[in-house]
Design a protein around this ligand. Structure first.
Ligand SMILES: NC(=O)c1ccc[n+]([C@@H]2O[C@H](COP(=O)([O-])OP(=O)(O)OC[C@H]3O[C@@H](n4cnc5c(N)ncnc54)[C@H](OP(=O)(O)O)[C@@H]3O)[C@@H](O)[C@H]2O)c1
Length: 415
């Protein structure tokens, strides 16, 4: 039941984009914190949360899981479409979803429409942010203390800027061409906070900028690790090398990542640390790796043939996952056909490949720039978290195995 004895000091989280890779890890993390600290957690997304996630990952009883969308329990859910519904409709829905008492609003919603960075994507994501924030404040404005907007490293234009400093520091101005909808989102947040202040509301904001988010969730496969793991399973089954979809600069240069679990902890730290108000922070694991090294972890785990190299350089750079594996124009691609066979043989989720973001793998690995995020500012503000990248990969693969999305080690040996 919804606790009626909510103490004035206990916090209520409203997570816009609760089904995403960011949102699910955030909810998983908040649920591990004491109820006396976070009394209610409210997810919002178009689709309801997956029953498998509620029961297997969050360990809710089937009865509790079935009541999440009915507004009963510590975790509750509102299904709403930030693009199809007006602010007034969203306010009404949020109110009936009992968002009253919300103290902290996390925004991690995202929609890809016409390819990364396209004009429709720009308009939709700007619109989605404005409507859902106006609705959150319209429904729970008096109690809201802080709003967190999550953007990404594209803020700095790693793919559009002529020269890119290493590492990327928050003092670098956003790149107008590359940052796309992040700039109007940031501008709206600042101006809306000032407008609300004049009406007596006192919330402030914080912005976090992760680089590539690594994790696994059933609801969103916008995760590089998930995409690579599905690709490696397919290549192992076919007996083909694990070609690297990037170029030699990426292969041999340094890279960094952010573990979705650490990102969740970072976002909670940012939204609750008083001195973080009104600031933008980069976030990464705090250590770097080369793809030449990281790729071997996947090669070994899936017992794949390594990519062909000569003097450490790739013989077949820029192998496109999208071209080689994706389905196009209603025609099933190689990835989909091979996946059906693998899923049947090893009793895996037959739909897993449908969600593989092949384009995202090409996009994330295809650039040639050295993108490294400075964590100096966050450390100065008191952040001490870090993650071992190799352990992060092992944990994600274990989670995917438990979810029956990739074969067990025993079955990989037979692929
Ligand atoms: N993933 C990464 O590697 C990465 C890296 C750096 C930065 N970022 C940034 O981080 C932010 C969050 O990204 P993410 O990867 O966590 O997102 P994601 O996994 O793609 O999840 C997006 C969420 O937005 C919701 N959503 C989409 N359209 C909606 C709509 N019309 N109405 C309501 N909800 C809607 C989805 O709900 P449904 O599932 O119900 O549709 C889902 O919960 C984005 O700005 C992204 O650019 C991501």
């Amino acid at each position: 039941m919804i606790p009626h004895d909510v103490k004035p000091t206990s916090k209520v989280a409203l997570i816009l984009g609760g089904n995403g890779i960011t949102g699910t890890y955030l909810i998983e993390h908040l649920l591990t914190l004491p109820e006396s600290e976070w009394s209610r957690i409210i997810g919002v997304s178009r689709k309801p949360p997956s029953p498998d996630w509620l029961v297997h990952d969050l360990k809710l009883s089937p009865l509790d899981a079935s009541q999440v969308t009915q507004g009963i329990g510590r975790l509750t859910w509102i299904c709403a479409d930030f693009l199809e519904e007006s602010v007034e409709e969203l306010i009404a829905k949020f109110k009936s979803g009992r968002v009253e008492g919300t103290t902290h609003v996390f925004f991690g919603a995202y929609v890809r429409i016409d390819g990364t960075g396209g004009p429709k994507e720009h308009v939709a994501n700007t619109d989605m942010f404005e409507r859902s924030i106006r609705a959150s404040i319209g429904a729970a404005g008096k109690t809201v203390k802080r709003i967190l907007l999550q953007i990404g490293a594209k803020w700095y234009g790693p793919h559009t800027r002529k020269t890119l400093p290493v590492p990327l520091r928050e003092s670098l101005e956003p790149d107008v061409k590359g940052a796309s909808f992040y700039i109007p989102q940031r501008d709206f947040l600042g101006s809306y906070a000032a407008e609300c202040q004049q009406q007596g509301l006192t919330w402030d904001w914080v912005i976090t900028a992760p680089y590539t988010v690594w994790g696994f969730t059933r609801a969103s496969y916008q995760s590089l690790a998930t995409t690579i793991a599905l690709y490696a399973t397919i290549q192992a089954h076919l007996g083909e090398p694990l070609h690297f979809p990037g170029n030699n600069n990426r292969w041999l240069g340094a890279d960094d990542a952010i573990c979705a679990d650490l990102l969740a902890k970072f976002n909670v730290w940012c939204i609750t640390t008083p001195q973080c108000g009104g600031e933008l922070f980069n976030v990464s694991n705090g250590e770097v790796f080369s793809w030449e090294y990281m790729w071997q972890i996947f090669v070994r785990y899936f017992r794949c043939k390594p990519p062909v190299t000569s003097n450490r350089r790739l013989a077949n750079p820029l192998y496109s996952l999208e071209k080689n594996l994706a389905s196009h124009d209603g025609r099933y691609g190689k990835g989909s056909m091979v996946w059906k066979e693998i899923a049947r043989k090893y009793d895996l989720d037959p739909r897993a490949e449908e969600y593989a973001t092949w384009w995202f793998g090409d996009f994330s690995l295809g650039g040639s720039r050295l993108v490294l995020m400075s964590m100096a500012k966050a450390r100065k503000f008191g952040w001490t978290g870090s993650v071992d990248c190799e352990e992060m990969v092992q944990n994600i693969l274990a989670k995917m195995t438990r979810a029956k999305v990739i074969p067990s080690q025993r079955h990989i040996a037979k692929l």
